[in-house]
Write a protein of this length. Structure first.
Length: 354
């Protein structure tokens, strides 16, 4: 029997696909209007952080007020030498403006047209208009808590990679590679590459989430590959495989006991292995289970303890079942002392989201 959450997810996708037909008529009109407004200038606020050699376009959608963890993210970016360019897809409340001004280089407020990729594109348009070409550009959004722990060095790791564009996880769909879109770290030289510019200039903005993923996340990956630009994952599959191979039986059981999934069979399999007697055969079976999870591409959410052992630096805020199960398992592991507590802001907000 197909789980209810999967049925609801597929029905939602079907609805978005059906809406795509009439949207094909009015979306070009909406984009022209949006671009005309962008040309005239969306509300812009100068912040207190000076412009330097590194810039972060950080998108937020927080219409009910800026949450403390977002300010923590801005502080983290600044400590690592980034000038935050906040692109807000909702008006920033007057009470939040002092906190944002003190932690940003500039802030632009725009309509929530095109979701994250619409905001990313508008941010890049403005950087080009201002003649700003940083040596390193981070593009990210507030759909995740980042960083989870104060000691995080993800930004430095990304800067050391040889790839033109680095991200957390590199996925593959239909033989096409793409990076998960909540975090990109980009070499400055890429910003003037013809292929990079052509993608963003030609991006058809949409507020249909089904099309945002395909045109944005997957489309960006396809454009980079076509242009000969390289993508690199900070957490490739090989890194997880190496971590699995290094686990002793006790650690492997710990990983399994805190498995997270809305699929009862996935959890039942993990619990059965976690409680089975130890033997060489058991170790092989346990590692095989973890490797099967890896093939599905979401090891960080299904096995949060394993991800945390590698200092995986984000926790998703989404209320979708997969992310909700991930957070619950992560919080249980923290409560039980298996994982160290995250930043206080992350801990409070993650508990509130459950």
């Amino acid at each position: 029997m197909i789980p209810g959450w999967k049925v609801r997810r597929e029905l939602s996708r079907l609805g978005q696909q059906l809406r795509a037909v009439p949207e094909a008529i009015w979306e070009p009109v909406a984009r022209r209007r949006h671009d005309a407004a962008l040309l005239q200038g969306f509300p812009l606020t100068q912040g207190s952080v000076p412009l330097g050699s590194k810039v972060a376009i950080i998108l937020c959608w927080q219409p009910n007020g800026i949450v403390p963890s977002f300010l923590e993210t801005l502080d983290h970016l600044i400590r690592n030498g980034y000038a935050p360019f906040v692109v807000a897809n909702a008006a920033i409340l007057a009470s939040d403006r002092p906190d944002i001004i003190s932690r940003s280089w500039r802030t632009m407020e725009r309509p929530n047209f095109g979701y994250d990729f619409g905001g990313y594109r508008d941010g890049l348009v403005m950087l080009r208009r201002w003649g700003v070409t940083p040596e390193r550009l981070v593009i990210m959004n507030d759909s995740v808590w980042f960083p989870v722990w104060a000691s995080d060095d993800t930004l430095q790791q990304a800067e050391r990679t040889a790839s033109d564009v680095a991200g957390m996880i590199l996925r593959n769909r239909n033989d096409s590679d793409f990076l998960e879109s909540y975090f990109f770290s980009i070499k400055g030289t890429v910003l003037d590459h013809a292929g990079f510019r052509a993608f963003w200039d030609g991006l058809r903005l949409t507020s249909n989430k089904y099309k945002v993923i395909r045109r944005g996340e997957r489309g960006f990956g396809a454009a980079l590959t076509k242009s000969g630009l390289t993508m690199g994952a900070l957490f490739p599959r090989a890194r997880f495989l190496d971590a699995i191979a290094a686990l002793n039986s006790a650690s492997l059981r710990q990983v399994l006991r805190y498995a997270a999934s809305p699929d009862p069979d996935t959890i039942a399999g993990a619990m059965a292995l976690a409680n089975a007697p130890d033997s060489p055969v058991w170790q092989d079976a346990a590692r095989s289970y973890v490797e099967r999870v890896l093939l599905k591409g979401q090891v960080y959410s299904t096995l949060p303890v394993l991800a945390a052992k590698l200092n995986y630096p984000v926790l998703k805020k989404s209320r979708e079942p997969v992310s909700a199960c991930w957070r619950n398992a992560f919080l249980r592991a923290v409560q039980d002392g298996v994982l160290p507590p995250p930043l206080p802001t992350v801990l409070v907000e993650a508990r509130q989201a459950t």
